[in-house]
Design a protein around this ligand. Structure first.
Ligand code: F6R
Length: 248
């Protein structure tokens, strides 16, 4: 892995947005689609702000872009303000010209009996789009990427998972209490993420410093799923000084 540390997350996010924009334009020139893997949560918000600015002020078009989000809470519909569908519309999709049919986010409302088929079809859609050109990631305090919690297999694919207690604690304030945080989610797997051609993980703030040290400097282990990124040849960790403060 290669790390880049910035003074602040805003400057860092602008750099990441510039990389994504360059990729979209490059693919556009070749007449091909640009397949983006996207994350939710607080980490990517400034990247999305900058992409929106590039669209509005610099004519960046998303008409050749296909998106696949990492995950969705199981049991939440797209109308639920806590759903990742809602988040993505509000933080990005409502403000750019991506075609609605090119947006993919796991559906949190699939019936239990249909989950397996649904997850297989999500994987197939990524594959038939040509695979992920770029995957944006955040990291949870458990070391999860997507919702691949400790214990996730390196070859795991899109599936229904149980959220770690720490992950539910971290989500509890936005859900007004841990009792309202879903217990399960549908997430792309570690194996799904690792075949992306390019991966950028964002880490901001002191609360991420310890897990980022374990991820970057620790042994590869399913106990810290993000350590599997060490095996990916084209991953960059973009950190602010606080998040990088525990690195040796
Ligand atoms: C979100 C996701 C999660 C988050 C992680 C960090 O789609 O897959 O892995 O990236 O929980 O969340 P924040 O950025 O809110 O600290």
């Amino acid at each position: 892995i290669h790390n880049v540390v910035f003074e602040d997350s805003i400057t860092a996010s602008k750099m990441v947005a510039q990389e994504i924009a360059a990729l979209i334009r490059e693919k556009g020139k070749q007449g091909s689609k640009c397949v983006l893997g996207l994350a939710t949560g607080s980490s990517p918000i400034r990247v999305y702000d900058e992409l929106i600015r590039l669209h509005k002020e610099e004519g960046l078009s998303f008409r050749n872009v296909i998106t696949f989000n990492l995950d969705e809470y199981y049991g939440l519909s797209r109308e639920n303000p806590e759903s990742y569908h809602y988040f993505m519309q509000e933080q990005l999709f409502d403000h750019i010209d991506v075609l609605p049919e090119n947006i993919h986010i796991p559906d949190g409302t699939v019936a239990p009996d249909d989950i397996e088929d649904y997850c297989k079809s999500y994987e197939l859609k990524i594959k038939s789009a040509g695979g992920l050109d770029f995957q944006l990631l955040g990291i949870g305090r458990t070391g999860h990427i997507g919702f691949n919690e400790p214990g996730s297999h390196v070859n795991s694919r899109t599936r229904l998972v149980t959220l770690d207690h720490i992950t539910r604690v971290d989500a509890s304030s936005s859900f007004m209490g841990i009792q309202n945080v879903p217990r399960k989610a549908i997430t792309m797997g570690i194996g799904t993420v690792l075949v992306a051609k390019r991966i950028v993980l964002l880490g901001w703030g002191n609360h991420k410093a310890q897990i980022l040290r374990d991820t970057i400097e620790g042994e590869i282990s399913s106990e810290v799923p993000a350590t599997y990124l060490q095996r990916h040849g084209n991953t960059t960790f973009i950190l602010d000084t606080e998040a990088a403060s525990e690195l040796t």
